[in-house]
Write a protein that binds this ligand. Structure first.
Ligand code: MG
Length: 498
């Protein structure tokens, strides 16, 4: 892009080098998860960490920092110009505030801790991993102090993943969300709702190449442009944008319970659409791509759950399903619908349904807040975890693999990340409600396989802006909303109890 302001243009010209390093490490990361021969790990690790160091050097280069500083003082900047300065200033400030020793300690601990966490999870032995978690928590607390905060040290960590997110925001969210979802869940279980019945369809084995064809037909149905997008396979599905015109997703095939593969595909494709519909003028600038993790997740959840698990969508893909998963050919659309929407309080977050999912996040949020705020010790976590699972979901993990050891996040240093999943769910429901008010009942367009109005609306309201606006500002400007849980609770009530 070209700005009216010469300083901004100078910043953008220098930024191209930073962008190119990101481009390279993104491609390397994608390759690592998909096609790289296993024994290439060591050398890839060297190349990756060297490129990251180079990135940091270029970002903190005095001339570049000075340019951004003088950018901050410019008058008459456009929203896009201001967004560019905001995004760069945020990352420079963080990098400056966190001393090199802490960054190094964290990356070292990430590798060691993650390795031990893997073994501990396999053996279901928390004590094996405990010293590493103690160390990581200590590092995170120090980082929080260096970054600084107004009220709660956890605020500093939350802001890393979601700009301006605070404990105060999240206490408000979970204060409403948790009790109301618990109430809905109890009603569903007590009434013997059809949503809570186990579906035989979940046990069906499938032919992986056939479900792969099915996923690709669904992507065609959703009108993905395969000249700017591709799908491969990995153990944990993810989306990796290389640029606005090269977005990659992965999916997974376990050979049974086909909805998992289909839902993963639609979820990641939802993430991809954010970048695919970003305004092309923002390409190769600091503001290309999503405004925040929560907004990104709102897109994947909107497509996965609100569209992908809706009745009209299940009806739409039912003929395709029957062609590719032959054992489903006797299933009615209703059976398929209940299969895609089965509700079951269980131990593992990544397998959780729409109703119970946020209760899993509530447990993690409480623990992170207490740990960083010195209200809980690491050795107390497993017991606290199990008690809260029991109280919120009515299931008590039998061992640490089913409990505290299930997620990779803490061993990777990701404290403050989990809440963005819940915020994504909340925003997806805000979007659905606003879309319905403006586009009318979009069920019919879904039933007819016409996704253009939905895609265009999302592009107009959210995607095209990239990260020009901070997430809270975007929500306010576009929807006159904040991280309001009411829409999500209402959506769940209408769908499951309506
Ligand atoms: Mg996601």
């Amino acid at each position: 892009m070209k700005s009216e302001n010469p300083i901004i243009n100078q910043i953008l010209a220098s930024y191209k080098r930073l962008w190119s390093i990101n481009h390279a490490t993104s491609l390397m990361g994608w390759d690592f998860e998909t096609y790289m021969p296993r024994k290439g790990t060591e050398e890839r690790g060297i190349a990756d960490s060297q490129l990251r160091l180079l990135y940091k050097e270029l970002l903190l280069n005095k001339d570049f920092v000075d340019l951004v500083e003088s950018g901050k003082k410019q008058q008459g900047l456009t929203d896009t110009d201001k967004g560019i300065i905001r995004v760069l200033d945020r990352s420079i400030t963080r990098q400056i505030k966190i001393p090199k020793e802490l960054t190094e300690a964290e990356s070292l601990e990430r590798i060691r801790g993650n390795m031990v966490w893997r073994q501990a999870r396999e053996k279901s032995d928390f004590e094996l991993y405990e010293p590493h978690l103690v160390k990581m928590v200590e590092i995170k607390k120090q980082i929080a102090e260096k970054i600084g905060y107004k009220k709660h040290p956890y605020d500093a960590l939350l802001d890393t993943f979601e700009e301006d997110l605070t404990v105060a925001d999240l206490d408000k969210v979970f204060g409403v969300l948790t009790p109301r979802i618990q109430k809905i869940l109890k009603k569903l279980l007590d009434s013997g709702s059809p949503f809570c019945r186990k579906s035989k369809l979940g046990e069906l084995k499938y032919d992986i190449s056939k479900v792969d064809e099915l996923n690709r037909e669904i992507l065609t149905l959703l009108q993905y442009d395969m000249e700017r997008f591709r799908m491969d396979v990995s153990t944990h599905p993810f989306t990796q944008p290389m640029s606005l015109n090269d977005i990659r997703i992965t999916t997974r095939y376990e050979g049974a319970d086909f909805k998992r593969s289909i839902s993963s595909t639609i979820h990641e494709a939802g993430h991809a659409l954010y970048d695919l519909q970003c305004d092309q003028s923002l390409s190769v600038t600091p503001v290309e791509g999503a405004s925040s993790l929560a907004l990104h997740e709102s897109q994947s959840r909107f497509w996965e759950n609100i569209v992908g698990r809706s009745k009209p969508f299940v009806q739409l893909i039912s003929p395709l399903l029957k062609k590719k998963v032959s054992a489903t050919d006797q299933a009615t659309d209703e059976e398929l619908y209940f299969y895609f929407n089965t509700v079951k309080p269980d131990y593992i977050r990544v397998d959780a349904d729409e109703v119970t999912y946020n209760l899993h996040i509530a447990v993690r949020y409480e623990i992170e807040k207490k740990i960083i705020g010195n209200k809980l010790t690491v050795s107390e976590i497993p017991e606290f975890w199990n008690d809260r699972m029991d109280q919120l979901l009515g299931v008590r993990p039998n061992n640490d693999s089913q409990g505290v050891l299930q997620d990779t996040h803490w061993s990777s240093g990701l404290f403050g990340y989990f809440p963005t999943y819940t915020l994504g769910n909340l925003i997806s429901a805000i979007i659905a409600s606003k879309m319905r008010a403006e586009l009318g009942d979009y069920d019919k367009t879904i039933r007819n396989g016409d996704f253009k109005p939905i895609r265009e609306w999302l592009g107009l309201k959210i995607h095209r802006h990239g990260s020009v606006y901070a997430p809270k500002v975007l929500l306010k400007n576009t929807f006159n909303e904040s991280y309001n849980p009411e829409y999500f609770v209402t959506y769940i009530e209408n769908k499951y109890l309506g």
